[in-house]
Each structure stands twice: as structure tokens, then as C-alpha cells.
Design a protein around this ligand. Structure first.
Ligand SMILES: Cc1cc2nc3c(=O)[nH]c(=O)nc-3n(C[C@H](O)[C@H](O)[C@H](O)COP(=O)(O)O)c2cc1C
Length: 418
């Protein structure tokens, strides 16, 4: 076994156990404090790149086209500036956030990431366990490598389930029933995948659907022993939920990939049908056009998730933060809005909240953390985000994150216009 690697288990309430591949320090020396070596998400990102096979890195980190959306998301966040407060005495920030009828410890959670378990062995269980322990939401993707029944009990009341729409109404109903029975309370319907996108970096890395392991990939795996060993222990990453339905579908071609069952292009009728089937909170993910906001609210959405899918679908859209401002203006102050895209720190969280979000999510970031440190990386990133929120709120003299909007400074890119 690789030095320092061991195989702890996440204990399911009253059921089986799921192996989670961790990287614990050997007992003979004092455990390293990760906040000294990895104080920022950028440190975790660099370490992740060095520890996962290249094709896995390309899957996680890539976007579509010339990847202009990723820097656009970042630039828009960095242009949000605040005026720090002075002479306010001691400040004790309160980070608790009530969202969609639930209390969370931070206004931050885990966005859905398909094939999470390919990126790091046991990723879904590790992230769900961290989310439950830290009291932040974890969103399980339809195309995760674990089923709702396995992950639901680990996430407990922190579990959100993300639906990529199955074509077959019976499969749709069955998946929603299973998610509900597994304890997921919030449903996220992703609507920004009207068709597959071209991700050129993934193509160059020879990532195909259905997946094929090429000699070059095997060589990459051989160079990353921790990842390889973890994958051997946890099992080959597969789309376990959709696979079950593929086995039952007599019409599916024998070579069909589970993604064959998913209709990537839902319409408004589809949304109405999902609304009728789900009696809990419904979040619509992947909304950018402010004109869609009021219509989605009228169609029964309880919250909108403003996102450009981290730039993985369309390279010609606006920064998600600009879309967020427009969406807030279109739906008014009361419609709950989630934001994702480029969030790397507590300061970024405050920026998104100041521009109209009620809650923020990270997708890639949690996986950079897992790649860097194994299962413990997720908790470390939660610490980074919490500590950075607190440090920046103290600078702003804000005890509640929703108050920081009052301290927005003029946007750097608009100064000349003022
Ligand atoms: C590898 C990867 C897989 C993803 N899979 C899904 C998915 O299955 N469902 C979904 O709604 N969004 C998916 N997303 C988008 C994320 O939920 C989220 O919108 C995006 O990662 C946010 O940007 P960030 O990575 O800059 O935080 C995926 C993103 C990545 C990076």
C-alpha cells in the first residue's frame, strides 16, 4: 500500500458501508496542518493536478471552445469591490444561512458534478459526509458514480438531488421517487444542456462516450499510484443509477451508454411534469437570461440557480455574475437565487451575495480539494471558505453576509463612466 494511505469507511445509518479513499498521514510523525501548506484553493488545485491522471484532470478542469467563460467568470467576480468599515468595534460574523426552509452553517455548498467518483475515488461519499458534518448542502448528480440510496443516508438532511431529464416518464418518476425515499429534500433540475457540448481538451485527452481505456490512459494511471490504488479499492467509476435502467430497457441498443436514456433537452411541459411530481423545493439550474426568471417562478420554481455550467456548455455567454445582477433585477428581492461559476474564496462568496445571490455553490473546487488531499481535502476547503468569509466580514465590519451589499464600491470597470 502507498505510504500514508488507508481506507476509512463512511458509516451509513443502519445500512452498508461505502469505502472512501483517504490520505491520512502515517502515525510516526505529527500530522501536517493543511492550512499551512494549502491555505488557498489555488494550492489545492495545483496539488490535484499533480495527483490525478491527465485525462481525469482534463475532464475536471476543462470547459468548451476557447474556454473564455472561465476567465470571464473570474474577472467579473474580481471587479466587485467593497469599502471596508472602520471604528465598528469587535465584529463576530454569523455565517448561518436559512435557504429554502433549511438552516445551513455557511452560504456555500457543493454543486452537482457528474462522474465525481472518477475524479477521486469515493468522491460522492466523501463530499456528502463532509456536507453532513459541516451542515452545508451536497448536490448529487444524476450521472454520479453512486446511487441516491447509497449517498442519501450519508448526506442526510443536507442532500439535494440534481436531475438530468430522462426521456422515459416512467424512469423519470422512478428516479424522483427513489431520490425522495433516499432522503433528498431539494430537487435541482438542470436546464442548460439542450445538447452535448464540444469540450476540445477532453477530446484531445481521448475521453469518449462510452468511455474507452486507451494505452495512453493506462500509462497516465500508472503514474498516479494513489489515484490508481483508490480506484482499485472503491471500484471502477460507473454511472450506477442510469446503468440500472439501461439493463431494464429492452429497446436500448446493446452498445448504448447510460446517457442514452437521458433527454438532454427538456421543454416547458417537461418542467411542469417535474413540478407536479416533486412536492419539495424545486430549483432550476443553468438560468442566465433574466427574461426566463419570472416565467420560471410562475411555472412553480422555488429558486433559480444562475450558472453557466462553469463554461462547459457554451463559450459565448455572459459572466455568470453579470447574469446574476440582471436576474435579481428581473425577479425582484424575494425570489431565492443560487450562484455558481468561478467561486474560489470566502471573498468571492461575499461578492456573489452582494450582487444578488442568496446562496453560492462550487463545482470544481471541491474536487481540486479531494484530488489534493483525499477525503480530508473537502473539509479543509470548507475551513478555507469559512475562515475567509470570517476574515473578510471582519474587514467589512459585517456580522451578517447579506449586509455586505451596503458596502459595495463603484465597479472598477465603470469608473470612467461616473
Ligand atoms: C466535471 C464537472 C461535471 C459537472 N457535472 C454536472 C452535472 O452532472 N450536473 C450539473 O447540473 N452540473 C454539472 N456541472 C456544473 C457544476 O454543477 C457547476 O455549475 C460548475 O462547476 C460551477 O462552476 P465552478 O466549477 O467554477 O465552481 C459539472 C461541472 C464539472 C466541472
Amino acid at each position: 500500500m502507498v505510504a500514508g494511505a488507508r481506507k476509512p469507511e463512511v458509516v451509513l445509518r443502519g445500512a452498508a458501508t461505502v469505502p472512501v479513499y483517504n490520505l491520512a498521514p502515517p502515525a510516526f510523525y505529527a500530522p501536517m496542518d493543511p492550512s499551512l501548506k494549502y491555505p488557498a484553493l489555488s494550492d489545492l488545485k495545483a496539488a490535484c493536478k499533480a495527483r490525478v491522471p491527465w485525462f481525469v484532470w482534463e475532464y475536471l478542469d476543462s470547459a468548451t471552445g476557447s474556454e473564455s467563460v472561465k476567465p470571464r467568470n473570474r474577472a467579473a467576480l474580481e471587479q466587485v469591490l467593497f469599502r471596508p468599515a472602520i471604528l465598528r468595534g469587535p465584529i463576530t460574523p454569523d455565517l448561518t444561512t436559512r435557504f429554502l426552509g433549511q438552516d445551513y452553517a455557511l452560504p456555500v455548498g457543493v454543486a452537482p458534478v457528474g462522474m465525481s467518483g472518477l475524479i477521486w475515488p469515493g468522491a460522492e461519499a466523501a463530499l456528502a459526509g463532509m456536507a453532513q458534518a459541516r451542515r452545508i448542502p451536497y448536490t448529487l448528480s444524476t450521472v454520479a458514480t453512486q446511487t441516491p440510496e447509497t449517498i442519501g443516508p450519508i448526506a442526510g438532511d443536507m442532500g439535494w438531488f440534481q436531475l438530468y431529464p430522462p426521456k422515459d416518464p416512467d424512469i423519470r418518476k422512478d428516479i424522483l421517487t427513489r431520490a425522495r425515499n433516499a432522503g433528498f429534500r431539494v430537487l435541482v433540475l438542470t436546464v442548460d444542456l439542450p445538447g452535448p457540448s464540444r469540450r476540445e481538451r477532453q477530446l484531445r485527452a481521448q475521453l469518449a462516450i462510452p468511455p474507452r481505456l486507451t494505452p495512453s490512459m493506462l500509462w497516465q494511471v500508472a503514474q498516479r499510484p494513489r489515484w490508481a490504488l483508490g480506484t482499485l479499492m472503491v471500484g471502477t467509476p460507473r454511472l450506477r443509477l442510469m446503468e440500472e435502467y439501461l439493463k431494464l430497457d429492452g429497446n436500448a441498443p446493446s452498445t448504448a451508454h447510460p446517457g442514452y436514456l437521458l433527454r438532454a433537452a427538456p421543454d416547458w411541459d417537461y418542467l411542469h411534469a417535474v413540478r407536479d411530481l416533486w412536492d419539495g423545493p424545486l430549483v432550476i439550474k443553468g438560468v442566465l437570461d433574466p427574461a426566463d426568471g419570472p416565467r420560471l417562478r410562475d411555472a412553480g420554481a422555488d429558486a433559480l440557480w444562475v450558472s453557466n455550467h462553469g463554461g462547459r456548455q457554451f463559450d459565448g455567454g455572459p459572466a455568470a455574475l453579470d447574469a446574476l445582477r440582471d436576474m435579481r433585477a428581473a425577479v425582484g428581492p424575494d425570489m431565492p437565487l443560487v450562484y455558481d461559476g468561478g467561486v474560489e474564496s470566502g471573498l468571492d462568496v461575499l461578492r456573489a451575495l452582494a450582487c444578488g445571490a442568496d446562496f453560492t455553490m462550487l463545482g470544481r473546487g471541491w474536487h481540486y480539494a479531494l484530488g489534493a488531499l483525499g477525503a480530508t481535502g473537502a473539509g479543509h476547503l470548507a475551513d478555507i471558505l469559512r475562515d475567509d468569509l470570517i476574515a473578510n466580514m471582519v474587514q467589512l465590519g459585517a456580522t451578517r453576509a447579506e449586509h455586505v451589499a451596503e458596502q459595495l464600491a463603484p465597479r472598477q470597470d465603470r469608473r470612467d463612466e461616473m
